[in-house]
Write a protein that binds this ligand. Structure first.
Ligand SMILES: *Cc1c(COP(=O)(O)O)cnc(C)c1O
Length: 445
């Protein structure tokens, strides 16, 4: 069963969580003073900077953005009846399916908005980083529709191991550069210091930011973490609310996977005001044990990139030097998380848990064999949490409504499924000593 909305029922405003929480300010890395809007002008367009700092609760979605959203939005909310039957649970399991977008994930929700504001302000080229390629492909798709050039710094291990997303990006007209590269000072320094490394998101961010800052007609776009990204992703949760209203139900449990936190926050934040008013909803963030930012990190100011070029954000972090293991299949490898999500986690509105990758793929396989969709390894973390919650319901007999954000399809992640199917996937938990080591380099504030 699926609950669909008509195109004209698509939300016309985004929800801004900053209206309802007091955020510690981002800091300028050279002065350690709160960041000023003009500090960000070399890399972001003015409207994005305004949204990044806005306390307005509702922000209008431009008509041109809604028109492109309409290619795939509103996305369906599914009831996973076959999975419920398989688990023999009294719980009802729902999932919000973001895999229907052209690039196949939730990421174009913000890519389209960011490309629109950049194009409107006369920017000619965007730069960005990408890990497994989902963000790069989302921005390549969006940039093309607004006739912007795009340079994507792609984490080298993914560039080498995941050619299909690179081909997607190039098909949409983007230039893809393996990172670390010789193109930037940041890249050259990393290669000098570490030699031929497999790369990381933090390194690729350093390169993309530098490229934008040094070129007048070029700006940078980030696919997660920042307030404006989470704002754009709120369309997920706003649609979910409408869809639950349409069937006269409410969620008791909301869960989703967290890389930088954008799909999870986008799905969950529109429900936070209800929780603040006393409604009881369990909101659970799920991460891999290989990158346990919320469950093992510290709530401190840290840089967003490995070179320390970006503003300092107060967030749960594993340290900007954290280099996640390349053996891990999922793309949830960023050292920090969205500051808004971290604040709400710290305040106790949100819970967090971490899983090993084999149990996650086991859940994804059950999902594929009951519901049909082969989900992204990231999204599989949310599937696992939803299954665990449904099993809990079975023990207590509670007829809970469990919803998870199904952030994307796994059609380009089949090598990870192959490794799992053939028993070659290794569980990995990032060792506490290495976390402690990486946390030593947190900046003094
Ligand atoms: C990028 C990505 C994620 C992780 O990013 P968030 O900002 O945490 O949402 C999760 N799922 C899919 C399918 C992705 O492409």
């Amino acid at each position: 069963m699926k609950i669909s909305l008509d195109e004209n029922e698509m939300p016309d405003k985004w929800y801004n969580i900053q209206a309802d929480i007091d955020m510690p300010p981002p800091l300028n890395p050279s002065t350690m003073e709160p960041l000023k809007p003009e500090d960000m002008e070399p890399i972001f367009p003015r409207e994005i900077i305004k949204q990044e700092m806005s306390k307005e609760r509702w922000i209008r979605i431009p008509e041109a953005v809604r028109e492109i959203y309409a290619i795939w939005r509103p996305t369906p909310l599914y009831r996973a009846k076959n999975l419920e039957k398989y688990l023999n649970t009294p719980a009802k399991i729902y999932y919000k399916w973001e895999g229907v977008s052209p690039p196949g994930s939730h990421k174009p929700n913000t890519a389209v908005a960011q490309a629109y504001y950049n194009a409107k302000e006369g920017v000619e080229r965007l730069t960005t980083e990408t890990g497994a390629g989902q963000w790069g492909s989302a921005l390549a798709f969006a940039s093309r529709l607004f006739e912007l050039a795009l340079t994507v710094y792609m984490v080298k291990v993914s560039y080498e191991q995941k050619p299909y997303r690179r081909v997607m990006m190039e098909t949409w007209g983007a230039e893809v550069v393996p990172s670390p590269s010789n193109r930037t000072e940041a890249g050259r320094k990393i290669i000098e210091k570490y030699g031929d490394v497999s790369g990381s998101l933090g390194m690729a961010i350093s390169e993309a930011v530098e490229d934008a800052a040094k070129n007048e007609d070029t700006k940078y776009a980030l696919g997660s973490v920042l307030n404006h990204v989470v704002l754009h992703q709120s369309i997920i949760g706003l649609e979910m609310k409408e869809q639950f209203r349409a069937i006269d139900e409410k969620p008791d449990v909301i869960t989703g996977c967290v890389g930088g936190g954008s799909n999870f926050s986008g799905g969950a934040f529109p429900f936070i005001p209800d929780v603040m008013k006393g409604e009881k909803i369990d909101i659970i963030a799920v991460e891999p044990k290989a990158c346990p930012t919320l469950t093992k990190g510290l709530y401190k100011y840290d840089y967003g990139d490995s070179a320390g070029l970006t503003p300092l954000l107060k967030m749960y972090t594993l340290g900007h030097d954290f280099i996640p293991p390349s053996i891990h299949a999922g793309g949830l490898r960023y050292h920090g998380d969205a500051p808004t999500l971290c604040k709400l986690f710290d305040d106790g509105y949100i819970k967090a848990r971490a899983y090993y990758q084999n149990e996650v793929f086991e859940a994804a396989k059950i999902f594929a064999q009951t519901e049909g969709f082969i989900v992204a390894p990231e999204a599989a973390h949310a599937v696992k949490a939803a299954i665990d919650e449904a099993i809990k319901s079975k023990k207590t007999g509670e007829e809970k409504n469990i919803v998870f954000i199904n952030s994307g399809h796994g059609h380009f992640d089949l090598s990870a499924y192959d490794a799992f199917n053939s028993g070659m996937l290794r569980d990995y938990e990032y060792p506490d000593e290495l976390i402690k080591e990486a946390l030593k380099s947190l900046p003094e504030v």
